[in-house]
Write a protein that binds this ligand. Sequence first.
Ligand code: GDP
Ligand code: MG
Length: 178
Amino acid sequence: NSGAPDSKNIRVKLVLLGDSGVGKSCIVLRFVRGQFDPTSKVTVGASFLSQTIALQDSTTVKFEIWDTAGQERYAALAPLYYRGAGVAVIVYDITSPESFNKAQYWVKELQKHGSPDIVMALVGNKADLWTNREVPTQDGIDYAENNGMFFIETSAKTADNINQLFEEIAKRLPRPSS
Ligand code: GDP
Ligand code: MG
């Protein structure tokens, strides 16, 4: 049934949080443009990219993605950044236990100060670097489960699980009441 009348169009602000260098900008570029540029220094700017996906039930979800220009270094600025966000993607690097600790810090921060109905995803990125893994997959699974979050390991480099990440988030969004 592709009839438009009962289809829903959802628009949601999505922010990414996590240590500098874990791959937040690369995840966004992979999802929005299908690209991976290992040399790109910049973060997508001060900006804002958007991407729409369609779910099987004909719901469309437009993600308005706010990539930080390094504000993640300044914890005091974070509330401005995640204010009004319906989705927070909290990213760590599976080769970096420090980044996993930082991810847990962000989860707590959002639990305290984020919107109460925010959908949170925990992402272990750089899964292609599994030979250098220092954060066991099970640690991510356990932490996410204990905090009511969705968990996935991704690689922005190989594209592994990038689309799945956004699809799973889309499925978990609260549906507007009709
Ligand atoms: P950000 O500071 O969190 O936005 O991190 P970036 O997206 O700028 O990525 C930081 C570095 O990690 C860059 O050199 C990327 O090329 C690299 N990187 C990002 N994602 C991956 C990945 O999935 N695998 C590998 N091997 N490197 C990645
Ligand atoms: Mg960045």
